[in-house]
Design a protein around this ligand. Sequence first.
Ligand SMILES: [Mg+2]
Length: 98
Amino acid sequence: MEKEQENKIYNDAIAFFGETSQKIMVIEEMSELTKELCKELRDRGNIEDIADELADVEITLAQIKTIYNIHKMVEEHKDFKLHRFASRMEELKSKQNK
Ligand SMILES: [Mg+2]
């Protein structure tokens, strides 16, 4: 789906259901993903169900970013954290190789 169309759906959902409802939805969807991952760890999981719940979480997280208008801020935090994570892994790898 095109980004513009996706953003329109998010804005429509927030306008129709309200910000509070969509904040509750992301919490519900994260718990559904948690449940599917727990089931998978108990060998009762289903990859299709995990993918389905991941999609729900991504859709609801995008609405949270829209509500707070923080898409760019999230990307900046993500970029910082990924670089920090990569350099910590490099440190750990170099310690292992000594
Ligand atoms: Mg769900």
